[in-house]
Design a protein around this ligand. Structure first.
Ligand SMILES: NC(=O)c1ccc[n+]([C@@H]2O[C@H](COP(=O)([O-])OP(=O)(O)OC[C@H]3O[C@@H](n4cnc5c(N)ncnc54)[C@H](O)[C@@H]3O)[C@@H](O)[C@H]2O)c1
Length: 510
């Protein structure tokens, strides 16, 4: 598949992937947003996308899980040990395709989620679908409802129809303390309606966008500057703000907002990958493993949930303390997954597991298929993972040796997976953070209960995760050095080059 074009069926070998997908791969010097528009219009290329481009999209379940893990760990950073997030505020924006998952994740994490959405239809739809508990379209009502929720230590999610900047500013005036703040508007696409300006209704904004795009852009940049000022004020009183991978800080900086750190290079705030998912998950190999029951039967999904819980509990008995929290969070997640009603369409599931977890769960599924307990299972993962994606402002933002702007890892990953047994592989330019900002890849792997499937899953899943840990370890990420050394101890054939750590004083005294 060449950027959506089915180029052809070529004779191949039985062990090769059935499908090879590339999207948006262009010569780097011709990879600007304007180039994309031109190539797209010519029909010769298309926006890469992440899981959608890899035929591994499972609806919002993936983002619910990722957001739950992020919010839970963010609260662990700001609360005392054992303190509950109930009655504490998580303020964010966006109830769109992916961002609509935020209130459900907030409910699972157990806090008060306030999610602003300028589009009344999107907010109403999310409310009707049960993704958010309460719908409010008036600021005074919001303030009263939030004060009450705080007093009652409630776990509740509230959609506010309006601009998120209104909440940031008004809550400061009202002295309402926000524990966590983030944003999930579509700032990877700021000039075409991804982020709406304050002071205009949704309809008026769209009219301005249509009639005078350059005035719309000015309004967006003005709003971003106000947004940052309000966040900074709350942050000065203790709010923990994180960028959730939607290019919020990047676009704020481009708009001249006050978001740069003193060194003028970094942002004032860390991204959720730099501070949370990178060191706590990715560097240990924990990432979004997912599967789809090809039978389409919900009973099969229940059975696979049970199998996964059993496998994770067994592994956890002997796992090191460094990864116990991740194991426990994912055991809790999978136990509650059915009751949280996360399935949309395909009978699919996601959880975070490391290489050992993914291989053992997959092996147990393959055995269950062989025994006829369940129908065939297709494995895959989100691209928002340890290895498949090079994205300097998101997945690889916690890499500090300068290599975060390289994309060798993603390319190695897709080539390596393809000859180790993947049923299909894919690689894309763009996806999530925008065209030219990321190279990301994925795979699909069929488990049909055969011995070949067992050999392929072991070979490929091992590489798929450890390739990324090796790269993260070479970037001197402590957690990844720990994980790759541990893997080398138990896997004799694995030999990864380890970095010699140089004492900073040596550099300083040169
Ligand atoms: N961190 C992750 O894992 C992850 C995963 C998926 C998507 N994303 C990123 O999150 C962003 C959102 O994705 P999506 O698919 O939900 O996009 P979307 O466009 O469907 O939804 C964004 C919503 O934000 C609303 N909005 C825009 N400006 C607003 C404002 N100022 N105040 C209140 N609401 C406003 C829009 O009306 C829209 O409904 C994208 O940039 C995407 O790349 C991150």
């Amino acid at each position: 598949m060449y950027s959506g074009h089915p180029m052809g069926l070529f004779p191949s070998s039985k062990d090769a992937p059935r499908v090879v997908v590339t999207n948006g791969m262009v010569i780097p010097n011709y990879s600007s947003p304007d180039d994309l528009e031109r190539f797209n219009a010519l029909g010769v290329s298309q926006y890469g996308q992440m899981t959608a481009g890899s035929f591994m999209y499972i609806g919002p379940q993936g983002i619910v899980h990722g957001t739950t893990i992020t919010v839970m760990n963010a609260f662990r950073k700001v609360l005392a040990k054992g303190e509950s997030p109930a009655g504490k505020i998580f303020l964010t924006a966006g109830l769109g395709g992916m961002s609509g998952a935020q209130p459900k994740a907030g409910n699972i994490a157990g806090c008060i989620t306030i999610c602003a959405e300028v589009n009344p239809n999107a907010a109403t739809k999310r409310h009707e679908q049960g993704w958010v508990d309460v719908l409010i379209d008036n600021m005074d009502d919001l303030i009263a409802r939030v004060r009450n929720a705080k007093e009652q230590s409630e776990v509740v999610s509230i959609a506010y129809i309006g601009n998120v900047v209104e909440i940031w500013e008004r809550f400061f005036e009202e002295d309402i303390y926000i524990h966590l703040g983030s944003d999930q508007t579509s700032l990877h696409n700021p000039w075409s309606g991804g982020y709406y300006p304050i002071g205009l209704s949704y309809d008026d904004s769209n009219t301005l966008l249509r009639d005078d795009p350059s005035a719309f852009k000015d309004e967006v940049q003005k709003t971003l500057r106000r947004h940052a000022i309000a966040v900074n004020k709350h942050n000065a009183s203790g709010t923990y703000f994180f960028d959730y991978g939607n290019a919020f800080l990047l676009e704020c900086s481009r708009a001249g907002a006050d978001v740069m750190a003193d060194n003028g290079i970094d942002f004032k705030y860390q991204s959720y990958v730099q501070d949370i998912l990178g060191p706590m998950c990715f560097d240990y190999g924990f990432g979004p493993f997912r599967w789809v029951c090809a039978s389409g039967k919900s009973d099969d999904l229940d059975k696979t949930d049970e199998i996964a819980v059993g496998v994770l509990q067994t592994i956890m008995e002997n796992s090191p303390k460094e990864i116990q929290l991740q194991m426990q969070d994912n055991i809790t997640w999978i136990k509650d997954a059915k009751q949280n009603k996360l399935v949309v369409g395909s009978q699919a599931r996601i959880l975070y597991a490391d290489a050992e977890g993914r291989m053992k769960i997959a092996q147990a599924f393959n055995d269950a298929v062989a025994e006829g307990q369940i129908g065939p299972v297709v494995l895959g993962r989100d691209h928002h993972d340890v290895s498949g994606t090079d994205s300097p402002y998101r997945e690889t933002s916690n890499i500090y040796d300068g290599s975060k702007f390289t994309a060798d890892m993603a390319i190695h990953n897709v080539i390596g997976d393809s000859f180790r047994g993947a049923t299909w592989v894919s690689i894309h330019n763009g996806g999530g953070v925008g065209w030219g900002e990321v190279i990301n890849g994925g795979f699909g792997m069929l488990l049909d209960g055969s011995a070949e499937a067992e050999s392929k899953l072991n070979n490929m899943l091992f590489y798929d995760v450890n390739n990324g840990i090796a790269r993260r370890s070479w970037a001197r990420n402590e957690e990844a050095i720990f994980a790759i050394k541990r893997e080398m101890e138990r896997t004799p054939g694995l030999k990864v080059t380890l970095a010699n750590i140089v004492d900073d004083n040596i550099f300083e005294n040169i």
